[in-house]
Design a protein around this ligand. Structure first.
Ligand SMILES: [Zn+2]
Length: 190
């Protein structure tokens, strides 16, 4: 997508790319997730690990896996546009790729895109490649706010944290012990 594209055309492209999936397509993608999780349970000791799928990922990333160990909960976030424009890649590669992240972290057999993860990914049917080269529509840029902490460190914060600071909350930087408050706002960052 060219930068010369008018703003409203970009917005239209985003709206189309990120429109909800049809129930049929969702069912197909969910079915594949269940199939790969079933295979993963046969191959690895997953105990009481549960997995859920969310269709809420936007931007250039096809899939994302989050493990909450204490809840024994794995969440696979999938990119709606990737489901639509590259369904085969989603079913054949992205889903086993992301479920392999859950399995690797949960069983502590691998981390990130290391060799342990790669072996699991391949056993679940993925290519085991770390990156997805899909040409997806970028998500709307999220606003970031620059702050300076009492220790002098400059940091860019999401609007969620920015709003908490505005309401009087403070944050402590783990590395330096510096304190972030609303008065540390320098300006908006891109
Ligand atoms: Zn990955």
């Amino acid at each position: 997508m060219s930068d010369a594209m008018p703003q409203h055309a970009k917005a239209d492209a985003r709206a189309t790319a990120h429109a909800p999936l049809s129930p049929e397509l969702r069912a197909k993608v969910r079915g594949r997730c269940i199939e790969v999780m079933t295979l993963a349970r046969q191959l690895y000791d997953l105990g009481d690990l549960k997995a859920v799928v969310r269709f809420d990922l936007k931007g250039k990333t096809a899939g994302w896996a989050i493990l909450e160990r204490k809840k024994a909960l794995g969440t696979i976030r999938l990119n709606i546009e990737a489901c639509r424009v590259a369904l085969d890649d989603m079913l054949d590669d992205t889903i086993p790729h992301e479920i392999a992240h859950l399995v690797a972290e949960w069983t502590r057999r691998g981390h990130g895109h290391d060799e342990g993860w790669r072996r699991i990914a391949i056993s679940l049917g993925s290519t085991g490649q770390r990156c997805h080269t899909l040409d997806l529509t970028p998500a709307r840029k999220t606003r970031r706010f620059r702050y300076r902490a009492t220790c002098g460190t400059e940091i860019a914060l999401s609007s969620v944290r920015h709003n908490k600071l505005r309401k009087g909350k403070t944050f402590k930087l783990r590395d330096t012990g510096g304190i972030l408050t609303a008065s540390g706002l320098i300006g908006e960052a891109m």
